[in-house]
Design a protein around this ligand. Structure first.
Ligand code: FES
Ligand code: FES
Length: 163
């Protein structure tokens, strides 16, 4: 192994991966280029836009601000893991689709990951709380209203489906 490379193990969307990475490799690049999980988008690459958001041990993080080696031993969830194995959309995905919460879709994976974690923590949010939760994810197309509508609908659907 070259001195600037490291062996890492990560668990992504239920699958275990072991890879050799350079010290400098960003987690976002590792997901996209090494694991070919290109649904995680990269916008600003300095922590502002939220497009690269994934879940690390269930909590949303910006994968452009983390090195792949720092994810060693951790569990990650990306947009590719949100739908079920049979292709059924998650409640948050379905609500975004039904309420037209996207246009170009570039921000959408990050928003879906952020809001999946948020709605798990806060299943009955107010509209203001949804807007605050969304404030770290920039969308240049929608004006946000349809995303907010989608998240309120997703919260309602998730509450209705809860045992
Ligand atoms: Fe990571 Fe913009 S690409 S926050
Ligand atoms: Fe285009 Fe959000 S839908 S940036």
């Amino acid at each position: 192994m070259q001195p600037d490379r490291h062996e890492i193990s990560v668990f992504v969307n239920g699958t275990s991966y072991r890879r050799s990475v350079e010290s400098r490799t960003l987690l976002s690049d590792f997901l996209r280029h090494d694991l070919l999980l290109a649904g995680t988008h990269v916008g600003c690459e300095h922590g502002v836009c939220g497009a690269c958001t994934v879940l690390l041990d269930g909590a949303p993080i910006r994968s452009c601000l983390m090195l792949a080696v720092q994810a060693n031993g951790h569990e990650l969830s990306t947009i590719e893991g949100l739908a079920s194995d049979s292709g059924e959309l998650s409640p948050v995905q379905r609500a975004m689709h039904e309420h037209h919460g996207l246009q170009c879709g570039y921000c959408t994976p990050g928003i879906l990951m952020t809001m999946t974690a948020f709605l798990k923590q806060n299943p009955s949010p107010s509209e203001d709380e949804v807007r605050e939760a969304l404030s770290g994810n920039l969308c240049r197309c929608t004006g946000y209203q349809h995303i907010v509508d989608a998240m309120m609908a997703a919260a309602q659907a998730m509450r209705a489906a809860a045992p």
